[in-house]
Write a protein that binds this ligand. Structure first.
Ligand code: GDG
Length: 461
């Protein structure tokens, strides 16, 4: 069996501490342990001058290989092109996207550095799996340097509609570079189709009934391969002692009220402002029920080096303060807004204690929180998932209450409906959702992708 080389911006190999890590780290670590191989990427550290020195560590049967980057690379490649250009554009926010040549040049340069540094680690039979939008050109850079191994790419965020993508000055170069991969995976058919539209209309590509794209002499297998959560592990976490203790604490703190929970990285794509306003609409529209609910939003800060993220933090603090100021009473505060992260077992306990999981991103590649919320529920008394139609997860989870996250009224109506939902309907919906998240979990996702990659013929000499 081939070794696997995973390449991603950040390397977060699981350390064997059980529940402390996210599903992606757990899945990729498991894959690497099974097939042998290396996880390569940026260490997250800065160095004065890029040397290409690789720092190897071996943990729990997995080798990680990381490099430090120069300040200019971090500014232009990571904070710049990845987080200030591609992330907003791919989440349909061209109003926030910054198009600067220096960012594009730094992105390209850093990808070339990744390619040059990783090549000595690659053996002829290895399969290479590149992750996410930080690394679009990497496959092509490896090909230019003579790598003929199977190389796959998985995109964790949405692919934008053709018309939006054409606003990016480097769009065509980026998509042409993607043709260096053998397999390109997307979470949903919607993202795959948007990519196909661009390849057809702008590059003259042809896509056959098996989703094989042909452009010029290159053939690329496109697949829709939705990532899953570590459902069984998360369900077990929800029954762990710390989760139970958390459940009890949170439950007691709401004194008989229904808890509504949201957990998101602090990011404008997650629709937090719209969610707060939707919840406020519920309070206004339902004076009889308003004191029967409490909304807990957990939002650990992310990407603090980018100004937009500092702005959203201020906006949300202001909004939570205003809503609480206007609606709170002597013994009730409508929103608990918490700006910090918690261990996964604590999160699992919070999910289980919550009658509603409110997951309303404006745009999201998949959204794993939706799946984790389902996995953590008590089968005998499950809560209700309210999910944005614009999360990739909506394609697989029609039994959730699907809402348009831009509409405060729809969010408000869905909260009302979830609170009134009888137990038998809650159980029926949850059972179908749980079957889905269990069958199509993160291990299923990894296998589906690597099977597709191993099925492509090797690039000819
Ligand atoms: C990208 C795409 C796609 C959150 N707060 C805490 C915490 N988390 C964990 C969640 C979940 C993960 O972080 C977030 O994953 P999401 O999928 O919701 O979102 P992104 O970070 O934007 O991820 C997304 C994903 O890639 C995978 O392909 O689904 O669409 O945007 O696992 O539980 N974990 C801990 N404490 C927290 O406070 N421990």
């Amino acid at each position: 069996m081939s070794r696997l080389i995973v390449i991603s911006n950040r390397v977060t190999a699981a350390t064997g501490e059980g529940g402390a890590q996210g599903g992606l780290a757990v899945a990729l670590t498991a894959a690497l342990r099974e097939s042998g191989g290396i996880w390569f990427g940026w260490s997250g550290e800065q160095t004065d001058q890029f040397t290409g020195h690789i720092n190897f560590t071996r943990n729990d049967g997995v080798t990680t290989a990381t490099i430090d980057l120069e300040e200019q690379d971090i500014d232009e490649y990571y904070n710049g092109y990845a987080n200030r250009t591609l992330w907003p554009l791919f989440h349909y926010r061209i109003d926030l996207a910054e198009y600067e040549r220096d960012f594009a040049l730094g992105y390209q340069r850093t990808n070339e550095r990744f390619a040059e540094t990783v090549i000595p680690l690659i053996e002829p039979d290895d399969a290479i799996w590149v992750q996410d939008y930080h690394m679009f050109p990497l496959g092509d850079e490896l090909r230019k340097r003579g790598v003929r191994n199977r190389i796959g790419f998985f995109l964790h965020i949405p692919w934008p509609p053709r018309r939006l993508l054409t606003t990016l000055p480097e769009a065509q170069t980026l998509v042409e570079a993607l043709l260096g991969y053998d397999v390109i995976g997307f979470h949903t058919h919607e993202w795959l189709d948007s990519f196909g539209d661009y390849a057809r209309d702008e590059l003259g590509g042809v896509i056959d009934e098996n989703n094989v794209l042909t452009v010029g002499g290159r053939q690329v297998q496109l697949i829709a391969c939705p990532i899953g959560s570590d459902a069984a592990e998360f369900a077990a976490l929800a029954a762990s002692p710390r989760a139970r203790e958390t459940h009890e604490r949170v439950h007691n703190s709401v004194v008989g009220r229904a808890l509504i929970v949201g957990v998101d990285r602090l990011d404008y794509s997650k629709g937090l402002e719209e969610r707060f306003l939707g919840y406020e609409r519920f309070l206004i529209d339902n004076p009889g029920e308003r004191k029967e609910v409490t909304f807990l939003q957990i939002a650990p800060p992310s990407r603090g080096g980018v100004e937009t993220y500092q702005r959203i933090r201020n906006t949300l603090e202001g909004l939570a303060g205003r809503i609480n100021g206007e609606h709170a009473g002597l013994d009730w505060v409508p929103i608990r807004y918490v700006n910090q992260g918690y261990p996964r077992d604590v999160l699992a306990g919070v999910f289980r204690a919550s009658r509603i999981g409110l997951v309303t991103p404006l745009r999201d590649g998949m959204n794993l929180v939706a799946k984790e919320y389902v996995a953590a529920q008590n089968p005998a008394d499950p809560g209700v998932l309210i999910l944005s139609r614009f999360a990739g997860a909506a394609e697989q989870m029609p039994e959730a209450l699907l809402v348009n996250p831009h509409s405060a009224e729809e969010i408000s109506d869905a909260i009302g409906r979830a609170l009134a939902m009888p137990l038998d309907e809650r159980i029926r919906r949850w059972q179908i959702l749980m079957e889905g998240v269990t069958n199509q979990d993160v291990i299923w996702w990894r296998k589906k992708f690597t099977d597709a990659l191993m099925a492509v013929p090797l690039t000819e000499e």
